[in-house]
Ligand binder design. Structure first.
Ligand code: AMP
Ligand code: GLY
Length: 417
C-alpha cells in the first residue's frame, strides 16, 4: 500500500509513524512534511494542492490521509480534488469541513440537529457584539474562521472583550470575519475523536489537552502544551451520553444535510453540570491529542483508514489500549507570542519506553537537530495507571534540552483528583 499524509507538525509525525508501523508496512509519503517526518516518510515534489493531487495520481497513491485542516478547506479542497481523481481520501470534502472552518456554520448545524451547545449570536461590528453581550460577563468571543487556535477569547469583563473585539474588527488580526458571542459554559473539557464513515462511526480513545502556556492553567492560550488520553478519562455513563446526545445526532445530521464525511471528526466538549455540550468541531485529529492517542491504537491503522476512505468501517482492524498516555510538549523561547529558531536540541539520542514526535525542528547538516517553530517536540509515554504514564512522560521529557525550553510540569496531573 502507498499512502500519503498531508501536514507537517507533531500530529502528522505521530500519524506517519502509526501508519508506517501498520502490519502491511505501507510505503508512506508526506507533504509538505518536515526533516523528522522524512526519516520515516518520503518527501514529494509538489508546490500546491493541484500538483500534489496530480503527483498522487501519477504515482498510484492508494490513500491520502489529511492531517491538518487547512488543505481540506482551502482552494478546491484536498478531499474534493482527490475524489475528482479517484484517489481515496481519509478526510472530509470542503463542504463538510466547514464544521471546523466556520464556527457560525457549526453552531447552526448544532442547533438544527438539537445537539447540546452554548447559545450564540453572530455579530458584524463591535457595537453589535457589545449589544449581544448585553453586559453579561464572563462571555466567550469567537472569530468566525480558522485562526490556528487563537481566535477565541474567554472574557471575564468588558475591558478584555473590548481588547479582543478591537483586534478582530479594527485591527483585522485574522482578516475579515464575524464574531460569535457565546454563552460561557463551565466544566471539565474533553476531546472526543470518532472515525466517521458515512452513517457509521467508531469512537477513539478520548483525550484532554492543556491549552494554557504555564502550570496551573495560567498564561496565554497556545496550540496545546500537552495532552492526556485514556478510555478511563470519561466514565462509561458520560461516554454513553456523549455517543447518544452528540456523536449519533452529528452523524445523522451530516447524512440528513447531504454532507459527506469519511475521516476523523474531533468533538471539543465541555462536561457541564447539565450534561456534555459541544464547544467545537474539528475535521481532523487534535494536536497534541493525536500524539497521546496514537500510541494507544493497536492493529492496522493504515488498512482501517483505507477501508474507511472507501466507505467501509472495519472496527475489527484496530483496538485501543486500556491504559493511559501522557504527552508533554517542549516549546521554544518566546512561545506562544513568538518562537525562536536555531537552538540546538540535545538528548534526542536517549531511548526508552517513550516516544518523541517532532513538531518544529530542523536537522542540521552535521546531523544534529535545532528548534524550528513554537512547539518543538512532543514526548509521550504510557502506563497502566495515569500516575505511571505521568511519571514516565515527565522523566523522559527531562532528558531533552535546548536553550529557552518551556514546558508544563502538570500535564496529566492538573484537573484530576
Ligand atoms: P475553541 O477554539 O472553540 O476550542 O475554544 C478554545 C477554548 O476556549 C476551549 O477549549 C475552551 O476552553 C474555551 N471555550 C470555548 N467556548 C467556550 C464556552 N462556550 N464556554 C466556556 N469556555 C469556552
Ligand atoms: N488540541 C486542539 C486542537 O487540535 O485544535
Amino acid at each position: 500500500m502507498k499512502l500519503l499524509v498531508v501536514g507537517k507538525g507533531g500530529r502528522e509525525h505521530a500519524l506517519v509513524k502509526a501508519l508506517a508501523e501498520s502490519p502491511g508496512k505501507p510505503e508512506v509519503f508526506c507533504f509538505p512534511g518536515s526533516d523528522a517526518i522524512f526519516e520515516t516518510a518520503k518527501p514529494i515534489a509538489a508546490d500546491g494542492l493541484e500538483s500534489l493531487v496530480a503527483w498522487m495520481k501519477a504515482n498510484s497513491i492508494d490513500l491520502c490521509v489529511a492531517g491538518e485542516e487547512s488543505y481540506l478547506v482551502k482552494g478546491p479542497g484536498l478531499a474534493n480534488l482527490c475524489a475528482r481523481h479517484g484517489i481515496p481520501c481519509w478526510g472530509p470534502p470542503k463542504e463538510s469541513a466547514r464544521l471546523e472552518a466556520s464556527k457560525e456554520f457549526a453552531k447552526q448545524f448544532l442547533v438544527r440537529n438539537n445537539i447540546p451547545t452554548a447559545r450564540a449570536t453572530a455579530t458584524d461590528t463591535l457595537e453589535e457584539a457589545l449589544a449581544a453581550i448585553a453586559g453579561e460577563y464572563p462571555t466567550v468571543l469567537k472569530y468566525d474562521g480558522l485562526a490556528a487556535g487563537k481566535g477565541v477569547a474567554v472574557c471575564p469583563d468588558e475591558t478584555s472583550a473590548l481588547t479582543f473585539l478591537d483586534e478582530v474588527f479594527t485591527q483585522r488580526r485574522f482578516g475579515a470575519g464575524r464574531v460569535l458571542v457565546e454563552q460561557c459554559l463551565s466544566g471539565p473539557e474533553v476531546s472526543v475523536f470518532a472515525a466517521i464513515i458515512d452513517d457509521q462511526y467508531l469512537v477513539f480513545t478520548p483525550a484532554r489537552d492543556y491549552k494554557r502556556a504555564r502550570d496551573g492553567d495560567l498564561g496565554p492560550n497556545t496550540g496545546g502544551m500537552g495532552a492526556v488520553a485514556s478510555r478511563r478519562l470519561v466514565s462509561q455513563d458520560v461516554m454513553a451520553r456523549i455517543e447518544q446526545e452528540i456523536v449519533r445526532p452529528t452523524v445523522a445530521g451530516l447524512r440528513k444535510e447531504g454532507l459527506p464525511y469519511r475521516g476523523f471528526l474531533y468533538f471539543g466538549l465541555m462536561l457541564t453540570p447539565h450534561g456534555p455540550q459541544v464547544i467545537e468541531y474539528n475535521c481532523r485529529f487534535g494536536d497534541p491529542e493525536c500524539q497521546a492517542v496514537m500510541p494507544l491504537v493497536k492493529g492496522d491503522l493504515a488498512t482501517f483508514c483505507l477501508a474507511g476512505a472507501n466507505g467501509e468501517l472495519r472496527s475489527d482492524l484496530i483496538t485501543f489500549d486500556d491504559g493511559w498516555s501522557v504527552c508533554v510538549i517542549l516549546a521554544s523561547a518566546g512561545y506562544p507570542e513568538s518562537s525562536r529558531n536555531g537552538d540546538l536540541i540535545t538528548g534526542l539520542e536517549n531511548t526508552g519506553d517513550f516516544r518523541v514526535y517532532h513538531a518544529g525542528t530542523r536537522k542540521k547538516t552535521d546531523g544534529t537537530w535545532e528548534t524550528h517553530g513554537g512547539r518543538v517536540l512532543a514526548v509521550v509515554s504510557g502506563g497502566i495507571t495515569r500516575q505511571e504514564a505521568v511519571a514516565k512522560a515527565h522523566t523522559a521529557a527531562d532528558l531533552i534540552r535546548f536553550d529557552g525550553l518551556q514546558r508544563r510540569r502538570d500535564i496529566g496531573i492538573l484537573n484530576f483528583d
